[in-house]
Design a protein around this ligand. Structure first.
Ligand code: NAP
Length: 329
């Protein structure tokens, strides 16, 4: 079968696909142009895609032979899964293998904003470090503070586990409350989102991007946060109303933010780069050699299963695919 891989995977992982199929791949370290993707997907049975590829109804119409789609990410807001289901195409993602790397990055952002790491690095490089003094370059302590986690799934839980090492008090909010045993094991207490926002010293977002979570944190929510609190976003940019966040940071109604993701990636809302109390990362939550290799392997495993007609291990729409196929028959 013919497969399109829209990113550059490790050669050893790519060869697993090449052993069984004819593979065309995008070898550059930048996203594939939409027009090229549309053109290349036309004769393919398999698609291994990235979060930077928009897989919508329009693209699927250009890909009449497609039999399986494997996204190399846990988040799949770039894919219209319902449209794929209607066409009988199984879609998969890569959950679990990137949990620790992303949780580490969320914690790195917590430490970076609270202890002014990036600001301190810039100042030191520029020759600004001239003395030690008791009240010089003070940040805020992370240990024993209150962490509010919105979205306590795989990554949210991994952040909660890290917080235990800092003796933090952890509150969480999700639609589904954990069992008392799970809460006890994690040391996390459920609370209403508004209460979480008003109590937390750090608010860390770990929800998927869905119509429900779009602008989950906007002007109203930011106004509920403490003036000493920090917002950490390693989920998806549109979960936060970026203009409202910028206004809150400029007015000082919250203390700072650590961002890995943006509403209009890779563009930044003008204004962020002028602020010292924001740490800005280029969407690198899962960007470690180990994790990206595991993600690539998982995506390949899912794609190969889908092309064999088997249920991909991380299929998101198997039941709907079959319902769609039954509907067509
Ligand atoms: P997950 O295990 O599915 O966890 C998502 C959590 O969000 C669940 O606890 C879910 O619980 C909760 N949730 C969903 N909708 C909600 C809502 N409307 N209000 C409150 N809570 C809600 O996913 P994960 O593996 O932890 O990944 C989370 C997200 O992180 C991904 O979807 C992806 O977008 C992002 N991510 C980013 C990077 C990066 O590079 N920065 C890397 C990996 C992942 P309920 O359904 O019970 O509410």
């Amino acid at each position: 079968m013919n497969i399109l891989v829209t990113g550059n995977l490790p050669a050893a992982v790519l060869s697993l696909l090449q052993q069984e199929h004819t593979v065309e791949f995008h070898a550059e370290n930048r996203p594939m142009e939409r027009s090229r993707l549309m053109e290349m997907v036309g004769d393919k049975e398999g698609l291994l895609c990235m979060i930077t590829d928009r897989i919508d109804d329009d693209l699927l119409r250009h890909a009449p032979r497609l039999q399986a789609i494997a996204n190399m990410a846990v988040g799949y807001d770039n894919i219209d899964v319902e449209a794929a289901s209607r066409k009988g195409i199984p879609v998969s993602n890569t959950p679990g293998v990137l949990t620790d790397a992303t949780a580490d990055l969320a914690f790195a952002l917590i430490l970076a904003v609270a202890r002014r790491l990036v600001e301190g690095d810039h100042m030191t490089r520029e020759g600004g470090f001239r003395f030690w003094a008791p009240m010089y370059f003070l940040g805020h302590e992370v240990s024993r503070k209150t962490l509010g986690i919105i979205g306590l799934g795989r990554i949210g839980k991994a952040v909660a586990r890290r917080a235990r090492g800092f003796d933090m008090k952890v509150f969480y909010h999700t639609r589904t409350k954990l069992s008392p045993e799970q809460e006890k094991e994690l040391g996390a207490t459920y609370c209403d989102m508004d209460i979480l926002l008003s109590r937390a010293d750090f608010v860390s977002l770990h929800v998927p991007l869905t119509p429900d979570t779009h602008h989950l944190v906007g002007a109203r929510e930011l106004a509920m946060m403490r003036t000493s609190a920090y917002l950490i976003n390693t989920s998806r940019g549109p979960v936060v109303d970026e203009k409202a966040l910028l206004a809150a940071l400029e007015k000082g109604t919250i203390a700072g933010a650590g961002l890995d993701v943006y509403e209009q990636e890779p563009d930044l809302t003008p204004g962020f780069k002028n602020l010292d109390n924001v740490v800005l990362l280029p969407h690198i939550g899962s960007a470690t050699v180990e994790t990206r290799t595991r993600m690539a392997l998982k995506a390949v495993e899912n794609l190969l299963a889908g092309l064999r007609g088997d249920r991909p291990p991380d299929c998101l729409n198997w039941e709907n695919v079959h319902a769609g196929a039954a509907g067509k028959a």
